[in-house]
Design a protein around this ligand. Structure first.
Ligand SMILES: *Cc1c(COP(=O)(O)O)cnc(C)c1O
Length: 386
């Protein structure tokens, strides 16, 4: 069955009790047991809930978890990432790519370190430099591709091979690419993480996180930690996320088409000094993205104006259709200044070191008509730069 068909039918079978075409929303916190000390399929909703299972079944199919692995749904993307970090022990080392979501940076540098986990960042687009940062105690390698907000592209198969050669697990934050465009488990990664808040949900109306694993031991350990620590996706969010997932491929393909159009248009404008989008042949990661992503490059892009910080601040305020907000991946287009918004939790030194300038602007392309989006960007350019 094709991806699009599975996103509608796997895990989402009609309700056997009533024939309802949409599986019902199970809000129950607890389930009667067959007898004392006897366990049914469900007992308590932290450990398992039918509405959450439905979503996890769909996601496991879309991510390619295979017969031994599975997917786990969390309350937020950060809860999913924190679960992976919690599987490490004091004295373990975690190596992460430097183009990293701001909240992940904060978790690694201000929380994971308290538990005695050593953390370093290195440029994962430079495989030699990245491998040199591996230590004898490296147990987990964490990368994001495309990275946020610089849209760097990491060779995921090569990173997985490198991690395994050094006895570490390889994990990938695949939030921007989505399984429509990239399925890291199929090319050797051990753990895929998604902020379901973004494309999976797709409508800016839920918070959620997902982990997908293909190995039973890795799945079992993370499932155990989730049940022990409790950051599950709630039933209502699971229901909404299943609803969003049914249109994931349609949305991501259309948003990618519009983003490609916007990226090419920005490139033609004299007010724009730099456009970062893996779909542009000029992007340093284009060749890898072409090989690794399925025919499109996602709905997020970044760019810089010739006028720097002041022009960027005016521009994000002057756009009318693009909401000035963090987050991305929903039907409405959003605009942000990463240095002061999503990546404010980076230290100023690290922002400078990794190239997150104050003049950088990030766009999330929604499902509006691309002509309207470009007209809005054009009036904002004229207003910001004149
Ligand atoms: C939003 C986001 C997260 C965190 O997800 P939350 O649901 O906000 O906790 C992690 N990684 C990336 C790339 C994100 O965009």
């Amino acid at each position: 069955m094709q991806f699009r068909t599975r996103s509608i039918h796997i895990g989402q079978e009609p309700d056997p009790a009533t024939g309802a075409v949409v599986p019902p929303l199970h809000l129950a916190s607890t389930f009667v047991q067959p007898g004392a000390g006897e366990w049914g399929e469900y007992d308590y909703s932290r450990s398992g809930n039918p509405t959450r299972t439905a979503l996890e079944t769909t996601v496991a199919s879309l991510e390619g978890c295979g017969p031994d692995g599975g997917a786990i749904a969390f309350s937020t993307g950060m809860a999913a990432t924190a679960c992976v970090v919690a599987s490490l022990r004091s004295g373990d080392h975690l190596l992460a790519g430097s183009d990293l979501y701001g909240g992940t940076y904060r978790l690694l540098h201000k929380v994971a370190n308290r538990a005695g986990v050593e953390v370093t960042l290195a440029d994962a687009t430079d495989l030699d430099a990245f491998e040199k940062a591996i230590r004898p105690n490296t147990r987990l390698v964490w990368v994001e591709s495309p990275g946020n907000p610089l849209m760097t592209v990491v060779d995921l198969a090569a990173v997985a091979e490198l991690a395994h050669r050094h006895g570490a697990l390889a994990a990938c934050d695949n939030t921007i690419a989505t399984p429509v465009l990239s399925r890291p488990l199929e090319i050797g990664m051990d753990i895929v993480m998604h902020a379901a808040t973004k494309y999976y949900g797709g409508h800016s109306d839920l918070m959620g996180g997902l982990l997908a694993m293909r190995e039973k031991a890795v799945y079992d350990d993370l499932k155990f930690i989730q049940n022990a620590t409790g950051a599950i996706m709630g039933p209502l969010e699971s229901f909404l996320c299943s609803r969003g997932t049914k249109t994931l491929e349609l949305r991501v393909r259309e948003q990618s088409r519009s983003a490609q159009h916007v990226a090419e248009w920005l490139l033609s404008r004299p007010e724009v000094s730099r456009v970062l989008y893996p779909g542009l042949p000029s992007h340093p990661g284009h060749a890898i993205a072409k090989r690794q992503m399925d025919g499109a490059y996602g709905g997020v892009l970044s760019f810089e104006l010739t006028g720097g910080d002041a022009a960027a601040k005016r521009f994000v305020n002057d756009s009318k259709l693009f909401g000035l907000a963090v987050s991305f991946g929903a039907v409405e287009s959003l605009i942000s200044q990463p240095a002061t918004m999503s990546h404010a939790s980076f230290s100023a030194e690290d922002r400078a070191k990794y190239g997150i300038t104050d003049g950088l602007i990030r766009l999330s392309i929604g499902l509006e008509a691309v002509e309207d989006l470009i007209a809005d960007l054009e009036q904002a350019l004229v207003a910001a730069i004149g």
